[in-house]
Design a protein around this ligand. Structure first.
Ligand code: DGL
Length: 271
């Protein structure tokens, strides 16, 4: 089985990492990163939708099914249209984990950080509406985190990254919040930075920083089992083919920083 993963760039690796390391995903994995057009979140919606359809077309043509849309922005923009167009393909979407935060039943607020497109789209607004937590949720865009997460030097840019995170968090009274939901798959790559900043602001804060990777990975394994006729899921060697839409050596190096290069066999190609 060929399992497709799609993101504008590196963010989807936070989902793939969870699926491989904690859920035992071990099919032939094809990870398509639209390095040519990243970042998506600040661009024109029509343009982004068009490039997403081109990329998904590619994954469908090479035989991927299921396909994980490991990108909140792409999911909020067009997952319904993708399902309508490719009726034979199982699409696993990515949604900010607001339900997980709401289910914790803490009587505090939830801060959702995502890209500009995701915070504007009705998909997220409807989700919040349906959970009846509108008055508990604050939304903020944090697009610059996408660029930081993509940067090969991000480990040496801690101060700059933390200052940016701080500038967002300081707009809120964090005492009132129980959760920060990372609603862009790039952001969990900087989760440690969030905890450092929160501690710096006030060491007594008990805010949880959460993302949707676990839920998406679970959903993926359930769907693989279903497509495989509900056989027990077997763990094998891991092979990941990374497909880029433009040459990018830094991206290749960064994939090895994020995924366990000892345990995974990598292959790279240009779309
Ligand atoms: N990682 C993506 C997301 O979850 C895309 C970020 C971007 O390209 O702006 O939204």
């Amino acid at each position: 089985m060929k399992v497709g993963f799609f993101d504008s760039g590196l963010g989807g690796l936070s989902v793939l990492k969870e699926a491989i390391e904690n859920e035992g995903l071990s099919e032939d994995i094809y990870y398509l990163a639209d390095t040519k057009n990243t970042p998506y979140g600040v661009k024109d919606e029509r343009f982004v939708r068009d490039v997403i359809f081109n990329n998904i077309d590619y994954l469908v043509k090479i035989g991927c099914n299921p396909i994980v849309i490991a990108c909140n922005t792409a999911t909020s923009l067009c997952i319904n249209e993708l399902r309508e167009k490719y009726t034979d393909i199982v699409f696993i979407g990515t949604e900010p984990a607001v339900k997980v935060a709401a289910d914790s039943k803490q009587n505090k607020k939830i801060l959702v950080l995502a890209t500009s497109i995701t915070v504007k789209r009705e998909k997220l607004l409807n989700l919040i509406d349906n959970l009846h937590i509108k008055d508990k949720v604050e939304l903020s865009s944090a697009d610059k985190l996408v660029l930081f997460a993509e940067n090969i030097d991000c480990q040496n840019m801690e101060l700059e990254i933390n200052n940016y995170i701080k500038s967002i968090l300081m707009q809120y009274n964090l005492d009132e919040f129980s959760h920060i939901v990372l609603g862009c798959t790039h952001f969990p790559l900087l989760k440690d930075n969030f905890y450092k900043v929160i501690k710096e602001i006030n060491p007594n804060l008990t805010i949880q920083v959460i993302d949707g990777a676990k839920g998406i990975s679970n959903n993926l394994i359930v769907n693989i089992n279903r497509l495989n006729g509900n056989k027990t899921y077997l763990k094998n060697t891991k092979k990941v083919t990374i497909i880029l839409t433009s040459k990018n050596q830094d991206f290749i190096a960064r994939t090895k920083q994020i995924l366990d290069k000892e345990k995974i066999k990598f292959e790279y190609k240009l779309q």
